[in-house]
Design a protein around this ligand. Sequence first.
Ligand code: COA
Length: 326
Amino acid sequence: MFKIIGTGSYLPEKVMSNFDLEKLVDTTDEWIRERTGIQERRIAQDNQSNSDLAVNAAKNALSSANIKPQDVELLIVGTSTPDYAVPAVAPIIQHKLGCNNIPAFDINSVCSSFAYSLITAAGFLNSGFYNNCLVIGSDIYSRILNWHDRATCCIFGDGAGAVVITKDQSTKGILSHNYGAKGEDAELIKIPVGGSKYPAHFLHNNYKKEDFYFQMAGLDVYEFTIITVPRVINDLLIQANLTIFDIDWVILHQANIRIIESVSKKTKIPLEKFIVNIQKVGNTSSASIPIALDEAVKQGKIKRKDKLMMIGFGGGLSWGGLIIEW
Ligand code: COA
């Protein structure tokens, strides 16, 4: 049993429009809008790191939950772009926030990281270990994109979102969850060089320049997604003993408007129930669900007792979904 008692988000100030991208790569505003739904995205300033974005989002979430940093007992950060390869970014965020000495760790399941983190945090609360937990999704993909690769650099943006969850007997909290990975396809989304298998300093490997950057087999991932997400929705509904008519809101990872439209069509959940902000922020990876959630809460869309479905998907290839009672 848990309740989300506060949400927050942060977007860097700098806006990069599709027209700005036209000056960088061989693309058009029309192509990006028609194929993805994206019009603009935010890009962090050079002096901002992932932890800075995350701290801003977390402060907003703590203030909306009306709790102090010292009241947080557990910090989980979903991210695939931590400040450093080592250590995790969570302890850095913990220190900047002043949640001193509490357990703080990262979960990296790429764009599913926030859903994985929320499910993990809920498990800790249900186990009775903690009462208040801060869950952040924060990513800064502008730093890992190949700005010469039009197939990826037009899609992503930077940002962070956060929620405060607390143990609560008055709501049911998670009604169902479903997360997993199809590891056989793990290499469809990757940064080939810079990990421990192919370290950047192994110069004898004569790496290609593009192998230092994020790569994605877009069409294969698209196909994985439009098959996987409707299946996950079906499983979540069965597990929660609900039908599509019981669901008030759906927040899918904001990867592509065509994915959202396809899922709506396949599952017969009306498009109006999907919370969509991809046009303004692009794909912010781990941050995409909590940013969209925060906006919907601030707009007064989501009300107490509403049933909200959230599903992340992406690298791994992974997925993570849950239905919660708000
Ligand atoms: N501008 C103009 N043309 C572009 C382009 C761009 N920004 N990006 C790709 N193209 C071109 C390709 O080069 C290709 O040209 P070709 O036919 O001459 O080879 C053509 O457009 C079609 O490419 P394709 O990759 O098939 O495009 P698409 O319609 O599948 O859209 C994605 C690409 C990435 C937007 C889409 O595949 C997608 O959303 N994939 C899933 C992403 C996802 O879910 N990720 C998970 C979380 S990160």
